[in-house]
Design a binder for this molecule. Sequence first.
Ligand code: B12
Length: 218
Amino acid sequence: MSKHTEIDELIQAIVGGEAHLSVSLAERLIAKGLTIESLIQDGLTAALQSLNAKCTNEEFNLLEIVLAGRAMMAVMDNVVARYLSPSKTVVSEPDRTILLGTIEGDIHELGKHVVKMLLRSSGYRVIDIGKDIRPEEFVDRAIQQNAGYIGVSSLLTPTIPSIRRIKELLHKAGREDIKVIAGGGAIQQTTKGDLNVDFVARSAFDILHYLKNLKSEA
Ligand code: B12
């Protein structure tokens, strides 16, 4: 069976909420040489995205979406976690510390979990402050925790004004040195100017490339 067909099979298993099957299909794909990046993007994220139509005001199938989310997380915890390099010594310096949360009005957090896992396995100190978080809290907590970065996740378009506020508040506090990175479905078509942030990540891996580039520029 081609890798392409097997990814489709994995997508079907996740959409069907079959956690055990999803884990074994993902393991087989990795054993055949699929990269972790492709597993996350073309398998896990694509599976959840295909549930788009089940998550509208007209049709809202909570059970189906929740089961698919669990199957996705089972693959993250049982397969992806094993293949990511074990977290190196975590340094709590600002340029290795990221405060991560989902913006106010939004309770989506599967994408945030993926980002957290990837960053931690790359040696970053990640402070996850949860979902439905006010811009003020992002800023206060980032300052308290001595974080060099704020990672803000959003899957709902109406949250954009709140995202824009984070940088305004940082400016008021005289802390524009803290960089704001936004990611998540709702904002992938926007620019950093639209969101008033330093970087818009198109995927969880994008933030790793961004941080690496910043380091090599420094
Ligand atoms: C799962 C899901 C839910 C679940 C969430 C479960 C959970 N615990 O997270 C539940 C059922 C609760 C839910 C609820 C709702 N949902 Co919903 N949901 C989805 C769905 C199907 C998948 C999202 C998902 O988890 N994808 C998988 C993850 C891995 O992908 P991701 O989040 O995009 O993350 C990737 C990247 O974007 C990136 N990333 C994400 N965040 C960040 C942050 C940083 C810093 C970085 C660097 C990267 C990054 O990393 C990830 C991996 O690459 C989407 C459909 C879609 N097309 O996305 C709708 C969707 C997001 N939902 C939608 C809606 C409308 C709702 C509801 C309002 C529905 C309702 N009628 O109540 C409520 C929202 C309630 C609220 N106040 O938040 C809309 C949003 C439309 C819009 N643009 O505003 C969508 C797009 C569906 C649609 N019909 O269009 N939903």
